[in-house]
Every structure is written in structure tokens, then in C-alpha cells.
Design a protein around this ligand. Structure first.
Ligand SMILES: Cc1cc2nc3c(=O)[nH]c(=O)nc-3n(C[C@H](O)[C@H](O)[C@H](O)COP(=O)(O)O)c2cc1C
Length: 148
């Protein structure tokens, strides 16, 4: 099984999340490709069984240009038959905009036919021990979805 993780990260928090998830999925037997959104093309999801987006949220939910470009590519795809999950880091001081871009991608994946296999993991700023446990748990759910 192949997993494609795309991450968007400026100060490293989402990159850390992506790295932890990558290791978890490799341990679960996936072949994993992890790509920075700046270098990614959404069509790389077409070659994957499991599609994952790990993203920051900046600017009260307004997507950065690089994230918007990727989103615009994604929304044109048909990912029917693929499984997906989203996660990301934000800051609760942004209230209604907390991790908003994580949920933007969740909606987009659903809209283009993919099936969600783990609840979104949202964490505050840097990854802490309890966050690692949440990522590990989500990775287990992702792996279990392929055991049916
Ligand atoms: C200018 C600025 C705007 C931000 N806007 C939001 C926001 O709208 N929603 C949110 O949840 N977090 C917001 N954050 C917090 C970041 O998303 C958070 O620090 C995250 O961990 C950064 O991820 P990264 O290290 O992967 O870049 C903002 C941070 C900054 C500096």
C-alpha cells in the first residue's frame, strides 16, 4: 500500500507532524512518500492508496499562495476509491479560525470522492508528547482501514 503525505509548514510544526506520521505508516507497512507542498503536485495523490494532507493555518484561515495553488489542483481531481486523512497545527487564539485550513482540505477530499479513514488531528503549535499519541492513534486507524 502506498501513502502520499503532503505537508505545509513554515516554522516546522507541521513538518514534525508529517515526519511522525511517515514513520508510523512505514512501521505499519506502507510505502510512504512525504512531500513539501511547495514542491508537490496534487496529482501525486492519484498514485497513492492513502492520501494525507498535513497543514498549517495562517492569516485567519486565508490560504497562503502555495497552499491555495495546491488546493486548486486538488479540487480538480477525482479521488473516488482513495482513502484520506487530514491533520495540522494551529493556535486556539485564532478561535473560529483554529486549524481552518485542515478542515478546508477535509471538505475538499470529501467533495472529490475520497473516503475519510481517521478523524482530523489538530494540535496547538509545536508537537508535544500527547500530540504524538494522537498522531500514532490516527496512523493506526489509517492502517486498520486497509485491513477490511
Ligand atoms: C501571522 C500568523 C497567523 C496565524 N493564523 C492562524 C489561524 O488563522 N489559525 C490557526 O489555527 N493558527 C494560526 N496561526 C498559528 C500557526 O498556524 C501555528 O503556529 C502553527 O503551528 C504553524 O505551523 P508551522 O510551524 O508548520 O508553520 C497563525 C500564526 C501566525 C504567526
Amino acid at each position: 500500500m502506498k501513502a502520499q503525505i503532503v505537508f505545509a509548514s513554515m516554522t516546522g510544526n507541521d513538518e514534525d507532524m508529517a515526519d511522525i506520521l511517515e514513520e508510523d505508516l512505514q512501521d505499519a507497512g506502507f510505502e510512504v512518500e512525504t512531500t513539501d507542498v511547495s514542491f508537490a503536485d496534487a496529482s501525486s495523490y492519484l498514485d497513492a492508496d492513502l492520501c494525507v494532507m498535513v497543514t498549517y493555518t495562517y492569516g485567519e484561515g486565508v490560504m497562503t499562495d502555495e497552499l491555495r495553488d495546491f488546493y486548486d489542483q486538488l479540487i480538480e481531481l477525482n479521488l473516488t476509491g482513495k482513502k484520506f486523512a487530514v491533520m495540522g497545527s494551529g493556535d486556539k487564539t485564532y478561535k473560529d479560525h483554529y486549524c481552518e485550513n485542515v478542515f478546508d482540505f477535509q471538505k475538499a477530499f470529501k467533495k472529490i470522492g475520497a473516503q475519510e479513514v481517521a478523524k482530523p488531528v489538530t494540535i496547538e503549535n509545536a508537537v508535544k508528547d500527547e500530540d504524538i499519541a494522537l498522531i500514532d492513534q490516527a496512523a493506526s486507524q489509517m492502517a486498520e482501514a486497509f485491513n477490511d
